[in-house]
Design a protein around this ligand. Sequence first.
Ligand code: MCN
Ligand code: CUM
Length: 719
Amino acid sequence: TRVRSSAASDVYKRQLSRDVQAVLATDKVRYQGQEIAFVVAQDRYSARDALELINVEYEPLPPVVDAQRALDPGAPVVRDDLPGKADNHIFDWEAGDQAATDAAFAAADVVVAQDMLYPRSHPAPLETCGIVADLDDISGKLTLWSTSQAPHAHRTLYALVAGVPEHKIRVISPDIGGGFGNKVPVYPGYLCAIVGAVMTGRPVKWMEDRSENLMTTTFARDFHMHGEIAATREGRILGLRARVLADHGAFNATAQPTKYPAGFFHIFTGSYDLRAAHCEVTAVHTNKAPGGVAYSCSFRITEAVYLVERMVDLLARELDLDPAELRMRNLLRPEQFPYRGPTGWEYDSGDYPRALRLAMDMAGYQQLRAEQAEKRARGEYMGIGLSFFTEGVGAGPRAHMDILGLGMADGASLRVHPTGKAVLAISVQTQGQGHETTFAQLVAGELGLSPDDVEVVHGDTDLTPFGLGTYGSRSTPVSGAAAVMVARKVRDRARIVAAAMMEVSADDLDWVDGRWQVRGDPEQSAGIAQIAMAAHSSLELPEGVEGHLDAETVYNPPNLTFPFGAYICVTDVDPGTGVVKVRRFIAVDDCGVRINPMIVEGQVHGGLADGVGMALMQVIAFDRDGNCLGGSFMDYLLPTALECPSWELGETVTPSPHHPVGAKGVGESATVGSPPAVVNSVLDALAPFGVRHADMPLTPAGVWSAIQGRPLRTDLAVS
Ligand code: MCN
Ligand code: CUM
């Protein structure tokens, strides 16, 4: 497709000159499964037949598969299409104070270093990506039913690329079968369907099959990390270093448009009171599908938490200290909040020791250690693994965070009908997180209504206000806050109407038990339903006050919210087969005030299962020719009830000081926090064998090889 430059904004033009993803390959296919042609047919069978008629002559070229070899002199250049590109280097990025960190390391008694890989994994939602595009040639309206976690942002992008006026595009994102980050990007298939609809004048549908989804849509992780941690002999952590090689695959489309090229990785000091830290990230191209960012990840916080939690465990082993004790000595203390970390983050609130103590109590930590000692004595290998995580969720504020120039703030609009039934329209989009329930609860709580009386509208750009969408667990921190603020606006309007109804001054009304009540006269009060009817009636309202009962708002969050948690995982490892059994998993989460405890628990359950999957089963590996070895669920293993224990959940509540009801996001917490707990547990079990580290996934083969002293490289097929 040609870009009509008149429609392209400056921001977009800047992106075009950079490293964006091709819709269809022209001269060169850069990874297995890259789209090269598309066919429009009346049914999928004829489309398949037509595909057979396309004869593609491929000339095999040497690939770059190993990120660690991508910068070698003479390595094949993946992006030789980019002007002046003679290597596979994408960017170098650093954060923190290098000199201060060097000084901290120089003053330390103990330094521990470790290489580790957070392997490439895939979000694998229940349903794959797809779209139906339909252009009405009379009205010129383009309607897109698409699997999108960010309908408004997608619409803006389509308008910029296609030169179609934005109001002539309607993006509807219905129930999309889960997202987990997979449905944040715009994919070639979406654009092909749109072009197909425009060219044929008929609705065109594109729906991936599972292998296409696994092999070509956005991946996550693929971070080759080197960590170094410095401490005193007493176990006081002084400094942390990280050097990262980030494998972005053939196109850098997902990470480039933000000013954080390595996402939020620089939060890597985690939950600890650390004075000095420095990280360097180098990104490279390889002949793999693009991605590297999304999968319940908070944009690289997953990798950051994994690094620091592994390093703290390795330090504990070096110092011969209990890993819980070492964490207790170094966790940030409640009085340090708001806390500004050495790489510039300001954590809003937290009580970390309380969460860790609760997790240890729930686990019966000391008894577990005693049980482990007994078992070791009789040659059984039980592991106890801890992790403590701090998440940062709820992007903006708009001044600091944008995607392609779109600032990260979210709108909400609320209309209360004369009968007191309310309709809340939000710009985020639910994929199973239950916004219909929790957002209705938020509005109902502010207005004294029943949640049943609040309808939540989302996922349709024609019916909802602009906003950046659902990812990075931002719905509750940003859109949830917008819902509360817009409800408060409506409540303030209702106060004026109520004053007119009861013929008193608005200043004499107090909001009590969900009603506006005349101060000193509890007999005289009005609820929102009554007030809504009055607001639509012939009741005379003060000068300048409009009738009806509705409001709009845009919420620009002052900061991220910082949920956290303490996790403990108990495993049993069979050294003969390398099979790991997760026996218990204790998860204490603090996401501030919980709007709906059952939904929060559901989110945590899902994330914990994700974590078990990543730690033990899931990896997208490649062979030396660049063939993807994770292209079906026969190879890419998802955890089931069989691999998961009965989760033991606990909670503490440290409200966010800047969120209107004190809530923090939670959707990705457990995915971020659980993999290191599982890995730490398995490596704790393997300690008697002298195994220090082994990379995820800790498959039976991986564990067995580690015991034999030959840890596997998990991202490449062993030949
Ligand atoms: N919640 C609550 N109280 C809190 C925090 C959250 O009751 N203190 C509720 C929320 O109101 C919402 C749910 O928990 O109903 C998740 O909220 P939040 O943490 O704000 O996360 P989002 O709604 O923005 O969801 C996104 C997040 C991400 S980024 C991924 S990835 C992921 C996840 O949600 N994808 C999911 N959980 C998922 N769950 C399902 N079923 N499907 C996905 O695709
Ligand atoms: Cu990082 S996966 Mo979620 O943010 O959609």
